[in-house]
Design a protein around this ligand. Sequence first.
Ligand SMILES: Cc1ncc(COP(=O)(O)O)c(C=O)c1O
Length: 406
Amino acid sequence: MSAEPVPDLPYARPYWDASDAQALLAALDSGMWTGGAAVAEFERVLAELVGVPTVAVSSGTAAIFALLAGYPRRGAERRLLISPAINFAAGPASAQLLGWDVALCDVRAEDLTLCPDRLAELLAVLSGEYQQVVVLAMHYAGHTCDMTTLSELCRAHGAELIEDACHAIGGRYSDGTPVGSWPSSRAAFFSFHPTKPLATGEGGAVSSTDSELLGAVASFRNHNMAASPARDDDPARDDDLAPRPYQISRPGLNLRLSDLHAAVGVAQAARLPESQRLRAELAASYHERLAGHDWLRTVPPERRDGSAHHLFPVVFDLAALRLSKRELLDAFHGKGVRVQIHYTPLHRLDAFRVPERRRSPLPVTDSVFPGLVSLPLWRGMTESDQDRVLDVVAGLPRLAGRRVFS
Ligand SMILES: Cc1ncc(COP(=O)(O)O)c(C=O)c1O
């Protein structure tokens, strides 16, 4: 009789329990699958978690698109978004689609967040060319950027700061305050994709103390429809029909979160502190058990308090291991361990090959990318799951030896 195949170990997996199912059933039963009470409740819960008001939308991508679409112009013709070169496409893609230019900045080796030194150089060159410059700080893997230094740099160069906090819901800055509430950041946005520590299926949110900006996001997600009593002199009024109940002054889109997703989000949020504690334990165990290998480094080198621990990235020294990236990935996938890469650097993607002038030198990005891999990390992962990952890691040098000497 053949043995049962061992199921693959995913790099991320959503966690749910009976409270998610109950919440979902209640939302189904309410008959209000969109525009109901669950979205308002989710926004209230998120605001409590983040410490500032939030607006929920249909994804993290929807969040940054609505945020940039509603972003106040400084009477500006040319607008620029500066993104770390190691980032997901959502922010830069939204900026480009909305007519902004994009610049790419290197990350710092320690935690792969925006490098303040490279950012200072970019700002020195570009802030004179653009009337409006917005810096996108991305909290890579859940580890927060150096917000104090980034804020000072932005202030010094007349730039504005926003945060891609899609990896960092429930996390804390180094001063202990919740991610999303940094005072000199104009807004932060979140994703509730199933891989994230708080998952709703699809879902996202924007948080900001700028009520006008948050109002613009809320309006944009609903086609920018505003209630508008019909006027007698309205040429569009047709007495044979009901008077128009709304006005649209600028086009928006439907980027609403459904109540079904929001209800799951409320249940997930209640469990987030516990989920984060369990993620932190798994991260601590990885740090401890990977410490003996001098041919890899964890990102960051030690476990950080306050991190949301969304991902567990590792940079392997492929030269020391005498492995190609393909061989490295095959070693994991051959054993059913589904590692992931976060991310292909933006300047290697055709859509974001920005002109030289809009790129800082990228030595860290270019040097870490070949060996960069995210190991599985999710609530519900067992010790034996983690053993399985670590066994593959421990076997990598032998793999290289076999390849070279057999
Ligand atoms: C850093 C980052 N930004 C933006 C997004 C976009 O979020 P979503 O997938 O919810 O649209 C993600 C999600 O994968 C992300 O990880």
